[in-house]
Write a protein that binds this ligand. Structure first.
Ligand code: ATP
Ligand code: MG
Length: 219
């Protein structure tokens, strides 16, 4: 589908990325013809007959774009840093789906002391690479425990000392008796583009990219 030179395919994920990209899609004349929340379809047409939207898992967006199955997409910085962004052109920070990658622990855990003493830290996270390089950079010995969701449960369940996860308001942390102890990086969603498509479909893609830059710059 991404291979057809007269068509463009945009990879998006359901939920906040789709919802927060919607205003930009409307301004671009790429309003989806169906609501992916209600529809079971994974490929949705837009008001522009040459552009289709492909609904994929948030962490799969870079994969579709890297292999050219989608020409462009919207992915969180968390996913891009964790997976690496080789082969992807990242022209625009969309400034949407903003949150922070943090280290969090139970409220009574003495994180600073543990770091100073050089004690080993058990870290539960979906972001094994980001967590590994964060703790390596601090000279902290970290045992990484890979999880796929509900990270907030791990410290109180006794699985780990800390978690590395995304936080926006902090309400989920508080509801689970956790506190943020360190920020690792700010997160927002980026437009990502397949490098080959930029050449083979440049006449279709470049005008859209240019418009997105203008829209993102006006936030
Ligand atoms: P799934 O829910 O299917 O397991 P996911 O958790 O990666 O996948 P979303 O929850 O939709 O999917 O998150 C998609 C992206 O939105 C993340 O990669 C991140 O960049 C951003 N994001 C995640 N949590 C928040 C948050 N609390 N506030 C703002 N943006 C967030
Ligand atoms: Mg989620």
């Amino acid at each position: 589908m991404g291979k057809n030179v007269n068509q463009l395919t945009l990879a998006l994920s359901k939920g906040r990325i789709f919802e927060e990209t919607l205003p930009t899609l409307k301004k671009l004349g790429l309003e989806p013809l169906e609501n992916p929340g209600a529809s079971r379809k994974l490929v949705i047409g837009t008001k522009n007959p040459i552009v289709k939207i492909m609904m994929v898992r948030a962490s799969d967006v870079p994969t579709y774009v890297r292999y050219g199955a989608a020409d462009f997409g919207v992915a969180g910085r968390d996913v891009l840093v964790e997976q690496g962004a080789e082969g992807l052109y990242q022209p625009v920070d969309l400034g949407i789906a903003k949150c922070r990658m943090v280290v969090a622990s139970t409220v009574n855990f003495e994180y600073e002391d543990v770091v100073k003493r050089g004690t080993r830290v058990m870290v539960a996270t979906k972001y094994a690479k980001i967590a590994t390089s964060h703790f390596a950079g601090k000279g902290v010995h970290a045992d990484i425990i890979k999880l796929y969701g509900s990270m907030e449960l791990a410290p109180s369940a006794g699985l780990s000392d800390v978690i590395v996860d995304l936080v926006s308001s902090g309400a989920t942390l508080r509801a689970n008796n956790l506190k943020e102890v360190e920020e690792i990086m700010p997160i927002s969603a980026r437009l990502i583009v397949n490098r080959t498509a930029l050449t083979t479909k440049g006449s279709l893609l470049r005008p859209i990219l240019k418009q997105v830059e203008v829209i993102a710059g006006s936030f």
